[in-house]
Ligand binder design. Structure first.
Ligand code: HEC
Length: 125
């Protein structure tokens, strides 16, 4: 009888953990990509963290970005373009919510494919 419990426990562990492990690896990979591409100088993942000198954060927290755009058609393509080309300070999308006026073009720091990967990960946060 004891063996049955063990077998069941092992089977359920095998069924659930590969997925969780894949998620954790993806998160770690995406965080590394974001850090090496310079995104984390201006962005945080979680909301509510103040920016330098206690000001508003420079760029929006990525959970807020997800909240704002999740499920909107074309969001992935739109945000990939904004990340690569930067945003216009005269038509700020996050006016009043962040201390940065606009995002500089990141195409110097990240490839289009990697920008799309990051944006899709952000949208799923
Ligand atoms: C120098 C600071 C800075 C860096 C570096 C930076 N961002 Fe931003 N980001 C901003 C600011 C400021 C905004 C808000 C722009 C606005 O209000 O329109 C923003 C907005 C965004 C948005 C939302 C765009 C929108 O139109 O709503 C995404 C997604 C984003 N950044 C992702 C990234 C990624 C990915 C990287 C790294 C490749 C990155 N950012 C690097 C400052 C930065």
């Amino acid at each position: 009888m004891k063996h049955h419990y063990l077998t069941i426990a092992l089977i359920s562990a095998c069924l659930t953990s590969p997925m969780a492990m894949a998620d954790a690896k993806k998160d770690a990979d995406m965080l590394k990509l974001a850090s090496t591409s310079g995104c984390m100088t201006c962005h945080g993942i979680e909301a509510g963290k103040p920016g330098p000198d206690g000001m508003k954060p420079i760029g929006p927290a990525w959970v807020e970005v997800a909240k704002q755009y999740k499920g909107k058609p074309g969001a992935s393509e739109f945000l990939t373009r904004v990340v690569l080309e930067g945003s216009n300070p005269y038509s700020s999308h996050w006016k009043g919510k962040v201390s940065g006026l606009s995002m500089p073009p990141n195409a110097v720091a990240i490839t289009e494919g990697n920008a799309r990967l990051l944006v899709n990960w952000i949208l799923a946060l």
